[in-house]
Write a protein that binds this ligand. Structure first.
Ligand code: GLU
Ligand code: MG
Length: 438
């Protein structure tokens, strides 16, 4: 048998939505939990192409990537391959305080502000779609038993990895697109839910690596087929853990603060979509009539709305309040879940602060409306490219509240550099480039 020393990685999820970090021999774990591993500010500017076209920080500065031991993942695949062994962490300055551009701290402080100001705790679940490029394809097998059968060991190994990593898998299904699958995990408190999303993607990749599959979470693997969405389900609990998102007396069922939270998100969506759908390929997905979302509308059980009010149990005596949740659909896996959920919470909290009324769910197709009709419904088309979304973000009046400190400048600089890296490519080539890196 081959000899090896187990390697442990401390990793973070960065602006590129990539999971990067450093490793060490397992015997050093205790020490590394105290000291972290060294990192530098400009690591955040490594884009998904692996280049650093520009950086506000240059080669200067040191940070410590500090692990949160509660996120430890150690998964044995039983095939003799090394365990997947890593922990997620946040970036700290050398005096131990949070770095203002650390995305894990960004989410933590958003959740903390929500709790402090409103007493509300966010419960969330990230739902993921992806493509398995290694699947022997046959057309017409959407949702079919045969598609799962042809995937062989893959679904079961993914479920094992998710379960062993503590991600609590709930479903695995053969989605609509060719070679497309979806899985869901159980809802959890905000930070756990986002950590879980990061871990879950890695577990799918880890399973794929061991079975020689070629998976991609890219929002659009080819311009013609359906996109891969990340749908984020959200609900509130009060200080005593009671579900408080639902109000049966309201026509849409949304309790007032949940309504304001959703209104805050939808109001800022044309700007913040630059963060939740952060790649050039993302805008090939966010087209009308592609079961993703293309307008900043609220929809009642509508799978093309940016925020969908999800179905709940309707049988007599059912616990509607606990099941009630809204689903944000204008997101994808090119984003860091910490950043994605963090910006939604910040925008939603602004909506609560402003006391915005619950938006009227739009029951007809916003794409079939005239501009005037859309105006009456308070609905507008989302940006049609990442460049346009970044413009909207930069000139949004509250951009500095959504991405405080140096994060706004770093984010926009990072993403403009990413776009320069694919300038002049055809939509097919753009999809291919993103398919390889997500
Ligand atoms: N694939 C669709 C998307 O890009 C979602 C389909 C569905 O599950 O409703 O978001
Ligand atoms: Mg789906």
């Amino acid at each position: 048998m081959i000899h090896r020393i187990p390697l442990v990685m401390i990793v973070t999820s960065d602006i590129a939505g990539q999971v990067r970090g450093k490793g060490f021999p397992a015997a050093w774990l205790e020490e590394r939990l105290e000291q972290g591993v060294g990192f530098t500010h400009t690591n955040h500017m490594i884009n998904c192409w692996g280049t650093i076209p520009a950086t506000p920080w240059g080669p200067l500065g040191d940070l410590a990537l500090m692990a949160d031991p509660a996120t430890e993942v150690r998964v044995d695949f039983g095939d003799g391959s090394p365990d997947e062994w890593f922990m997620l962490g946040g970036l700290c300055t050398m005096d131990g305080g949070p770095w203002e551009c650390c995305l894990r701290h960004y989410l933590a402080s958003a959740l903390e502000s929500l709790r402090e100001e409103t007493g509300l705790t966010l419960v969330a679940a990230f739902e993921h779609e992806f493509h398995d490029g290694g699947l022997a394809e046959r057309g017409g097998d959407s949702y079919s038993l045969d598609k799962v059968r042809r995937a062989g060991d893959f679904p079961g190994v993914v479920l094992h990895a998710l379960e062993a990593a503590g991600a609590e898998p709930e479903t695995f299904l053969p989605e609509f697109g060719r070679s497309q699958f979806e899985f869901t995990v159980r809802p959890a408190l905000g930070m756990v839910a986002a950590d879980r999303a990061i871990i879950a993607r890695e577990m799918v990749r880890a399973a794929a690596r061991r079975l020689d599959r070629d998976v991609s979470f890219s929002p659009q693997v080819d311009p013609a087929g359906p996109g891969n969405g990340v749908h984020i389900h959200m609900s509130f609990r009060d200080r005593d853990g009671r579900p408080v998102s639902h109000d049966p007396s309201q026509p849409s069922g949304l309790a007032a603060r949940m309504g304001s939270f959703v209104a805050g998100i939808l109001k800022r969506l044309p700007a913040l979509v630059a963060v939740t759908a952060p790649s050039a390929a993302s805008y090939q997905r966010l087209k009308p009539h592609s079961w993703s979302s293309a307008y900043n509308n609220l929809g009642w059980r509508d799978r093309e709305a940016a925020v969908r009010i999800c179905p709940g149990p309707e049988t007599p005596g059912a616990d509607v309040a606990s099941a009630f949740n809204v689903e944000f659909r204008a997101g994808d896996a090119a984003a860091s879940p910490w950043l994605q959920l963090g910006i939604l919470v910040r925008a939603g909290l602004e909506g609560i602060r402003e006391g915005l009324p619950t938006p009227e769910p739009v029951s007809s197709d916003p794409d079939a409306m005239s501009d005037d009709e859309r105006g009456e419904h308070g609905v507008e088309r989302l940006p049609v490219s990442l460049g346009e979304a970044l413009d909207r973000l930069e000139c949004a009046p509250d951009a500095g509240t959504l991405l405080p400190g140096e994060l706004l400048e770093a984010y926009v600089m990072h993403k403009r550099g990413e776009l320069d890296g694919i300038a002049g490519l055809t939509p097919e080539e753009v999809c291919r480039r993103y398919r390889d890196v997500y």
